[in-house]
Design a protein around this ligand. Structure first.
Ligand code: IMP
Ligand code: MG
Length: 195
């Protein structure tokens, strides 16, 4: 059990924790298909390496790569930001690095959501030092109102309002990633203090 959450969270059906659905399953699938096809067009006949930023982007990544019908490779990276769960401090730690060098490669970073932009800003800085041929960014969700550092995003699934969302890979304290849609959590879930 997740010791950071009260037992009631585990006893509540997932759907009942959601106040409202922001992006439903069908809308997600249709948009991910469009993003995949756009990336496919861009890299047809060229090298392509997709880098998924764990863990939030895993479901997006899994659907996205099946919408990209050209040969490509994938790799994974995991970061954690210090500080409170719901706000990025800008200080990022690499928990898992890429398996292979990216020098000379065409890289596309696959993100779940861009909020303040600090995580991606840091990631871009360290990946550029490795001298890839190019780096582009695809994000499923964007909260433009929250941006603290400018980020050049090449493909965005959905721009969303400044609300904390879960599902389709995104979590609240590691829970709710398995919801098949993007939803806004009920305030009662937030009411539980996080130690
Ligand atoms: P940033 O560094 O502020 O851009 O934070 C980006 C990271 O914060 C994302 O990759 C998520 O892990 C997390 N995050 C930001 N907003 C949300 C949200 O609404 N739901 C779930 N995770 C979020
Ligand atoms: Mg993330």
């Amino acid at each position: 059990m997740n010791s950071q959450l009260p037992a009631s969270v585990h006893q509540t059906p997932l759907d009942e924790a959601i106040e409202r659905v922001l992006v439903d399953r069908e809308t997600l699938q249709a948009r991910v298909l469009e993003l995949g096809r756009a990336i496919e067009e861009e890299y047809r006949g060229r090298d392509l390496l997709l880098i998924s930023v764990l863990k939030g982007s895993i479901i997006f990544m899994a659907d996205l790569i099946r919408a990209i019908r050209i040969p490509h490779e994938i790799d994974f990276m995991a970061t954690s930001s210090y500080g409170a769960a719901a706000h990025s401090s800008g200080v990022v730690r690499i928990l898992k690095d890429l398996n292979k060098p990216i020098e000379g490669r065409n890289v596309v970073i696959v993100e779940d959501i861009i909020d303040s932009g600090h995580t991606l800003n840091y990631l871009l800085r360290i990946l550029r030092e490795r001298q890839p041929a190019s780096i582009r960014i695809v994000t499923l969700l964007d909260k433009p109102d929250r941006r603290e550092v400018a980020i050049d995003v090449n493909w965005t699934g959905f721009s969303i309002p400044n609300e904390f969302v879960v599902g389709y890979g995104l979590d609240y304290n590691e829970i709710y990633r398995n919801l098949p849609y993007i939803g806004v959590l009920k305030p009662s879930i937030y009411a539980h203090p996080i130690p």
